[in-house]
Design a protein around this ligand. Structure first.
Ligand SMILES: [Zn+2]
Length: 121
């Protein structure tokens, strides 16, 4: 997975996506009963189970993101001068998506080099 956004924002996006998928599946599953009667019950059951799993997964992601954000470092972005939160040694600014780092050995390389390095890991 590769995101062109800050890690915390990426977590929120995935959490939201999973919530919507889960709710969508549960609604579709319920609609299956309405449209196909008893034949739709199997479809509804599968939809409800997968929907429930997706909702629980999204809750886990939200919980995890919440835990992570407590350990995030707040820094002022040198590009846009807004306060952003960093996870780990390198992260992107939440506002202008500039790559930020607290590691001095990575501070002199360009964003392209950093991405190439991250892909190798
Ligand atoms: Zn910025």
């Amino acid at each position: 997975m590769k995101f062109k956004s800050a890690k915390i924002n990426a977590f929120r996006t995935w959490g939201l996506l999973l919530t919507m998928v889960g709710m969508g599946l549960m609604i579709m599953g319920t609609a299956g009963i309405v449209f196909w009667g008893s034949a739709g019950k199997v479809f509804a059951g599968i939809g409800l189970v997968i929907g429930l799993i997706a909702l629980m997964a999204s809750m886990a992601i939200y919980f995890w993101a919440g835990m992570l954000s407590t350990s995030a470092v707040q820094v002022e972005c040198p590009e846009c001068h807004k306060l952003t939160k960093m996870l780990g040694k390198t992260d992107r600014c939440m506002f202008c998506h500039t790559i930020l780092t607290t590691d001095p050995s990575q501070a002199t390389i360009t964003a392209e080099q950093l991405e190439a390095q991250q892909l190798k890991q």
